[in-house]
Write a protein that binds this ligand. Sequence first.
Ligand code: BGC
Ligand code: NOJ
Length: 796
Amino acid sequence: MNKIYGHFDDQAREYVITDPATPWPWINYLGSEDFFSLISNTAGGYCFCRDAKFRRILRYRYNGVPMDDGGRYFYIREEDGSVWNPGWKPCKTPLDAYECRHGMGYTRIAGERKGLRAEVLFFVPPGRRCEVHKLTLTNNGKTARDFRLFSFVEWCLWNAATDMENFQRNLSTGEVEIEGSTLYHKTEYRERRDHYAFYGVNAPVDGFDTDRESFIGMYNGFDAPQNVLAGQASNSVAHGWSPIASHFFRLHLEPGESRTLIFVLGYVENPADAKFAADGTIDKTRAHELLAAFDSEAKVDAAFAALNRYWDDLLGRFQVESGCPELDRMVNIWNQYQCMVTFNMSRSASFFESGIGRGMGFRDSNQDLVGFVHQIPERARQRILDIAATQFPDGGCYHQYQPLTKRGNDGIGGGFNDDPLWLIFGTVAYLKETGDFSILDEQVPFDNQPGSEVSLLEHLRVSFGHVTANLGPHGLPLIGRADWNDCLNLNCFSNNPDDSFQTTENKSTGSKAESLMIAGLFVCEGKDYAELLRHLGKDAAPVEAAVSQMEQAIRKHGWDGEWFLRAYDYFGRKIGSHENEEGQIFIESQGWCTMARIGADEGLCDKALDSAKRILDCEHGLVLNQPAYTRYYIEYGEISSYPQGYKENAGIFCHNNPWVIIGEALAGRAADAWEHYCKISPAFIKDQDLHKVEPYVYCQMVAGKDAARPGEGKNSWLTGTAAWNWYTASEFLLGIHPEYDGLRIEPCLPADRFQTYRVVRRFRDAEYDLTIHNTGRGGSRFIPYEPGKHKIKIEL
Ligand code: BGC
Ligand code: NOJ
């Protein structure tokens, strides 16, 4: 029997964790505008405003020992001296009951010990820059209960990177203010910062602490703060060192009595010329407003109800009743939710991304778009314009940009030759969802340079042109630094461990390195671009000609006999061929060339899909390549740096499995498409210990069949996997394709399992309530767009 740490509660749209000692912290995200929090099932994690690097509010230690230490902790100290936390950590005192419910934008953690129950609801109210911690203490016992309560958070000194390195400065800059029950963090406010944070509570306190060592003690840990053990606060005022915020209460509860305290962890920005009050302290007007907004249960409950309505609306835009609970829960709840998280975070802050490294990926952000455009089209519009503004005049683009400045990241630069095509992908998805063609006329600069503005449509033209202007000897696209597979670095040739694989190009002049992944992507996006031009009444013939030339080049130079080649290396030698010793077949080109239907008439797609299934598939999904590389190949770069079965070296990339699933669907192979879909869907995970990471969201990578522990997941949450699986399930399995003038219904689900299903889909100003009888014969039906409510029965 596999051990179970939690289960789904679909009715409540929650994942319920019943054992706090999960194999890895299982987290959730709070916030949907510009204040965001990461919160684990034991209340670990941190929050930030807008930028996880530059405006970090709580300090967090990565990959610490023990793992996931630091967060928002409540300590309950009993009269007998024992101490426990409702979330079990950090004291780990055994609880009689524990439950963590991760819901849509909130987390509820409850612990109970000897009849005393403590339940905390954590959420970020819509439109506010704060976390609310609603703590309810209930005496379920038969006798009166006296105990002491301590809250605790530790402040980050704003810049999460220097906070971890520049101690000669940091340990002298910390400053706080205390006003009643509110503890303010104002480090660097005296100089250039116009922002501060605070932690307040809606009741008078019996004491507080703001200096970490005074509270915890020099030789103690979070699990044994000396003041908690002693049952008293020191009313410490931090001067430098490490400022914290801790409230102290002496509480008494009669049997059956409850008490609710509302804590607000907030962030405020003041106008630069109105930072200070007359006495030189912080101007606290905005903090007072925020505290007043949540000083009663009624106000908190109203804000929480608003949060739930927000999610009802977002998720209500696409709901399915398929008869398969696993499919329904992914489509209706968790996959859509994860897509919104990737919109908010891109790849910045998770328990695998530190929030101080990567900016927003050009490719990543465009792919994410297909996951959230139906939920928040207006914000998708702005995202597209921001991304396009980091493109260069020749169609190339910065690989990443910074969310705070929206500028391209010079450190990583460009040269990833698939990047430009993703702008077509993202824009077309937006246009088909919204019908808003005005976006194509928006004037967007190159590299954010004022004066360089051209229309977005022109950006699409140069994107397309970047590929045709960079073809290699076989007429296939030159790969540049890498394509989708950031680790296939064919021009890198690095033997220096201090080089970055991502930015080093030791040999590129004269390179013959070509990519079949980009070739397939070009055909798909070229067709999309041509369709758009035709729709606009413009001449699409030159685009169609370039696409058909590419199709020919793939058939001529990209077919290996049983599958599509992956690439040609710097010297023009094959990669992903049966002639290679290792890395004979790769998933990316099977996915993209079957999505592009290259050589479908001659059976190439069926053959490629069969080969992928035969060679790449295993119990947990399709691995990226086979055989895995067993040594470092200087001419291939980072891909061969990973041990076999991990990451890009034969790991199961949940991101690219959908490409094959779509290929299968387009080939009408419903049984195979469904089988591949189920293997990587979190809803079907059986062994939670093995999978290790959250069983309610996709992770980027699951260890492949060559790994030591096949099936072990890593890098959960922030991955293009979310958008790609959403796109696959909603459009290619359930068959609801947005088109310029309506919806095209073209499902591909096994008819023996799915006979009839219902989808309610909001589309622009219309709502379609579709009942689809799936005969398994295939075919498609077009429903023209018309505002209003429509109930339609379809047989296909
Ligand atoms: C990882 C890739 C990632 C890249 C850029 C590599 O080490 O394996 O998955 O895209 O770094 O951050
Ligand atoms: C993660 C990156 O974010 C994504 O852009 C990339 O394609 C994959 N890694 C594969 O290398």
